[in-house]
Design a binder for this molecule. Structure first.
Ligand code: 6PG
Length: 502
């Protein structure tokens, strides 16, 4: 038989995406350089399909893969970002792929690589990208998908990508859960929407990951205040996270954090979190978001601070030495009211989270303008309501904010979010102030607060900064008392100075 889709790369994500497609009635020709991965996908298909016909068919070469597909061919890639994507594309050209065939990259590719690839492979095949969020479970039972590229390609592949996407109840913003093989969810709004021209889907996914970094770091800082400042056990902290998960902070990341904290290591009978080495890894998407925000000039300090927090964590050896050398406050001197600190912390986490999302959305907005993408922010918030790592009830409020005003320059000035921060900010300030006094690092909380205070400041000390620049480099400045659009310069050394008598 001829298959609907050729699938290349049957690692955890690839295998699960292929099985999800199979559940939705598509037949798959599967290829991976590692034949064991193909065998494992075939075995899983056998187990899951029962007496039903085979859905995934093994291939041993690119040529065989193409020969097993209906025309025009559709090939989906789930290979590591970077060189492997180009290598596979060149192998497909060698194997005889045609100009009207479509190749879809589902990896965490750098968005500029995606733009290049669309250009480079023009005439060989249609290169399309669909960024995927949701980890292995999302891939298997419903992910959030961010497709971008050629519109014609999208119309051809949209039905299958909408089928494998997570589904959400549009009215409430709540995910429609699916946890078992077979029986795909068909009701609800699919978390897959066309993002725009080439590269924009991967850009949006990159910012999703930047927000993910900030969200995770904020939760980690809340944990650290409870663990270090309040001396609470991981299980006690998990109980607080579970309580928070019933309100505004309800999210997948809070939920899994509680699960991680409750996990007991079978070898030592200790909470596993106490045994996991405090050195964070990263694959690059948070860093790319931070770099892009700096290049565009879209202030994203909470996202950037989350990337730095991971970098600082990796200096474990130096931190161990420094901890014996550098002084800080004595924590035993603080007499804290535990319940009060926890309730302040809740509000601090909520306000900081609003800032992290405000930064991410403003970054996408400024990038969209720079690159000529017409991004639909309500649409983006909608597809993040289910399936992806940052899914949360909160995304429903963001959807509503952009539905109220699609030109909203910053989420902070949306009436709902402005009202939320007005209501909760005192506790946020207390958390940042008290943590600083205690010497507990809260880079993400405090950068969010400084961002908020800067954004709401009619005047900032950039007037002095412009003066400094003009002083040493004749860089010129604008005058606040003139609207002539001219730049001014002062001969500072000759300027009249008041004589100060000492
Ligand atoms: C997702 C995740 C996923 C992955 C990232 C983050 O949206 O499903 O973001 O893409 O977990 O690679 O990884 P790092 O934390 O290693 O950068």
């Amino acid at each position: 038989i001829l298959c609907d889709i050729g699938f290349i790369g049957l690692g955890v994500m690839g295998k699960n995406l292929a099985l999800n497609l199979a559940d939705n009635g598509y037949t798959i020709a599967a290829f991976d350089l590692d034949t064991e991965k193909v065998a494992s996908a075939i075995k899983q298909d056998e187990l899951e399909r029962g007496d039903n016909p085979q859905r995934i068919f093994p291939c041993t070469s690119y040529t065989e893969l193409l020969s097993k597909l209906t025309s025009p061919h559709l090939v989906i890639l789930s290979v590591p970002a970077g060189r492997p994507v180009d290598d596979v594309c060149h192998k497909l050209i060698d194997a005889g792929i045609q100009a009207d065939d479509i190749v879809v990259d589902t990896g965490n590719s750098l968005w500029t690589d995606t733009v290049e690839r669309e250009k480079n492979f023009e005439g060989n095949f249609l290169f399309f990208s669909t960024a995927v969020s949701g980890g292995e479970v999302g891939a298997r039972f419903g992910a959030s998908l961010m497709p971008s590229g050629d519109r014609y390609a999208w119309t051809r592949i949209a039905p299958m990508f909408k089928a494998i996407a997570a589904k959400v109840d549009d009215a409430t913003g709540k995910p429609i859960e699916r946890h078992e093989p077979g029986n795909p969810v068909i009701e609800g709004e699919p978390c897959a929407t066309y993002i725009g021209e080439t590269g924009s889907g991967h850009y949006v996914k990159m910012v999703h990951n930047g927000i993910e970094y900030a969200d995770m770091q904020l939760i980690c800082e809340a944990y650290n205040i409870m663990r270090t400042g309040l001396n609470m056990t991981p299980v006690e902290i998990a109980a607080i996270f579970r309580k928070w998960n019933e309100g505004e902070l309800h999210s997948y990341l809070i939920e899994i954090s509680a699960e991680v904290l409750e996990h007991i290591d079978p070898d030592t009978n200790q909470p596993l979190v106490d045994i996991i080495l405090d050195k964070a890894g990263q694959k690059g998407t948070g860093l790319w978001t931070a770099v892009s925000s700096l290049q565009i000039g879209a202030p994203s300090p909470t996202i950037t601070s989350a990337v730095y927090a991971r970098a600082l964590s990796t200096l474990k050896g130096e931190r161990v030495v420094a901890s014996k050398v550098l002084a800080g406050p004595d924590l035993s001197e603080f007499n804290l009211d535990k319940d009060e600190v926890i309730s302040q912390l809740h509000d601090a986490l909520y306000c900081s989270k609003i800032c992290a999302y405000a930064q991410g959305f403003q970054l996408m907005s400024m990038a969209g303008k720079e690159h000529g993408w017409n991004l639909d922010f309500a649409g983006i918030a909608k597809i993040w309501r289910a399936g992806c790592i940052i899914r949360a009830v909160f995304l429903q409020s963001i959807t509503k904010a952009y539905e109220r005003d699609e030109e909203l320059s910053n989420l902070l000035i949306d009436p709902f979010f402005a009202g939320q921060i007005a209501k909760y900010q005192t506790n946020w300030r207390r958390t940042v102030a008290n943590s600083s006094l205690m010497g507990i690092p809260v880079g993400a909380f405090s950068s969010a607060l400084a961002y908020y205070d800067s954004y709401r400041s009619e005047t900032l000390p950039a007037n002095l900064l412009q003066g400094q620049r003009d002083f040493f480099g004749a860089h010129t400045f604008e005058r606040a008392d003139k609207t002539d659009g001219k730049m001014y310069h002062v001969e500072w050394s000759q300027a009249a100075r008041p004589i100060v008598k000492v």
